[in-house]
Design a protein around this ligand. Structure first.
Ligand code: 13P
Length: 336
């Protein structure tokens, strides 16, 4: 099966009332972990790469790994998505390479750090929508600014500084015609999101619900949605790590989001934790080992289990076979 349009997967998710996990990757093992989890749970899936991932791996390597995944797992509808494109040029380079979906994060200036104006965001995002839709490629935009920093991208802070204004979200969608909308509701990238289990004072699910009421047909995206489970933190700390106590976004809050229009859920940190814990464990218990496969295989297995759990929790499990995927070429007609 060729790589498919993200818009189609999100439309299907809306029809079925479920969410689709979007997992970040930098290398072959992470792609394999996600694809195995998708096969074992019969899930459609979004694999995403940030600018940092593209430069770490040289994006041609990533692209060809994605083609291998599509070939080896033909039953899995698979999207290749650019996470947090910082400029029109970055999005264009991803589209030219073969990504089937791009995020234009115009909530920040091209430096990836400075919050932008609404007008700048609309202009840059609209430009990407025009060039992407001509090729059937999906576009995710962002309104409001997330907290934290991921791969050098982000404004920092707690995520409460620039929570999305629902009225502005409506205007943004009307003016840009994005396929999916990332919103800021107090989440942030990375492991350190909350200092205790989050309540409504720091995780603004009420704002998400208001946005969904005003934009019932728009696919919402939750970034910074790792749950940072204590058991994954514990494995790292048990084998020499030094993570401080921290809380992520509870799965039940994500499920509340899914009941209110969330169709794409971004998860990176949980997989990073699983991989690091597994590697630390092997190296601590067997200091004589030096074959990378001795620790990369358990790391890949640990990530697969996290992805599989999320696929079931988000409701995408069981749905791969129900989708007759469309290529971007076919989808370009839909946009015109
Ligand atoms: P986490 O750091 O919570 O996994 O978020 C990842 C993300 O939102 C990628 O864009």
């Amino acid at each position: 099966m060729p790589l498919v349009s993200m818009r189609q997967l999100l439309d299907e998710a809306a029809k079925g009332g479920y969410g689709v996990g979007a997992f970040n990757v930098n290398n072959m093992e992470q792609i394999q972990a996600i694809m195995e989890a998708a096969r074992e749970s019969n899930s459609p899936v979004i694999i995403q790469a940030s600018r940092g991932a593209r430069s770490y791996s040289q994006d041609k390597f990533l692209y060809h790994l994605m083609l291998a995944a599509a070939e080896l797992y033909p039953e899995i509808p698979l999207v290749m998505h650019l996470d947090h494109g910082n400029s029109v040029e970055t999005c264009k380079s991803a589209i030219d390479l073969g990504f089937t979906s791009v995020m234009m994060d115009g909530s920040l200036m091209p430096d990836g750090k400075t919050p932008s104006s609404f007008e700048y965001n609309v202009k840059a995002t609209r430009e990407v929508v025009e060039l992407a839709h001509a090729k059937g490629v999906t576009v995710e935009g962002e309104i409001g600014v997330l907290g934290g920093i991921e791969d050098g991208h982000g404004a920092g802070g707690t995520g409460l500084e620039h929570v999305t204004d629902p009225e502005q979200a409506v205007e943004f969608v009307e003016k840009t015609r994005v396929d999916a909308l990332a919103i800021a509701i107090g989440t942030s990238h990375g492991a350190y999101k909350f200092t205790k289990k989050p309540d409504g004072s720091v995780l603004k699910m009420d704002v998400l619900i208001k946005i969904h009421q005003r934009l019932p047909k728009t696919h919402l995206v939750m970034h910074g949605s790792s749950s940072v489970p204590k058991d994954l933190q514990d494995v790292i700390n048990q084998y020499g790590g030094k993570l401080k106590p921290t809380w992520g976004v509870p799965v039940e809050e994500i499920q509340l989001g899914i009941r209110n229009g969330v169709r794409k859920i971004n998860v990176d940190t949980d997989n990073r934790l699983a991989i690091t814990g597994a590697i630390r464990k092997v190296l601590a218990e067997s200091p004589d080992k030096f074959d990378p496969r001795d620790y990369m295989k358990p790391a890949r297995d640990a990530m697969r289990e996290v992805c599989k759990a999320r696929m079931k929790q988000f409701g995408q499990a069981g749905n791969a076979g129900k989708i007759k995927p469309a290529t971007c070429k076919e989808f370009a007609k839909m946009y015109t």
